[in-house]
Design a protein around this ligand. Sequence first.
Ligand SMILES: [Zn+2]
Length: 262
Amino acid sequence: MHVSNEGTEAGNRRQVKITDIGHSTMLIELAGLKILTDPWFTDPILGIVTHPKSMGMRIEDVPDVDSILVSHGHFDHCDLKALSKLNRSAVVIVPESKTARRIRKLGYTDVAVLAPWESRRVSNVRVTALPASHPVPECAYVISSEDAAVYFGGDTRYLKDLQQIGDKFDITVALLPINGLSLPFLGKVVMDPADAAEAALQLKARVAIPIHYNISLAVPFLKRFFDRNAAGTPAAFSAELKRRNRYIKAVTLNPGESWESD
Ligand SMILES: [Zn+2]
């Protein structure tokens, strides 16, 4: 395991490299390809929601990517302003047609709508959409090459299908949401640290990286609400994982840091 912030130069010799840009926005480098997940670069959203610290990469510095995976249409996962600045040659993969239409309007010509368990080849990797659970239609994804597989969980709740996913894929690294956001009437809509630790186990991942935690809110009552109802931290996730299992390694990345497989 190697954590560094020395940039994102690609290399076929590396199996997989994950760079944390912020929230659920991750740059995955696998089999010589670059794949961006859930782009969110624009601050603030609606004047109130922002990244808590500076981002790991400015939108201008994002390299041309081969594919962009969008887990769902929420603004902190599908930032149309950011998408309007990325290379239109990317294959964009989304879970439903409304989001696909909005992205096609920006000039992307290859936008694929995948239902759970459908997959799409992008050069020498395969992207498989997977069941996820959230108040709106959402897919998680596995990106797999010949020698590695990355699970990307967007901001899903815990769900039973994780065991089946773990049986079907040999997951090298799982990117798991942890803030545990709980909303009135809807209850928990995102995994909390204990859920994500259980998910890492079910997925049989070798490494687990927490994502989707610690956003900033400009409005005091919302900040108080999030402090109470979306309190998951990487430290709590690491502790939950350690309590269950000594073999899966939790790796916390700050924005701009990367993890590479051996
Ligand atoms: Zn969401």
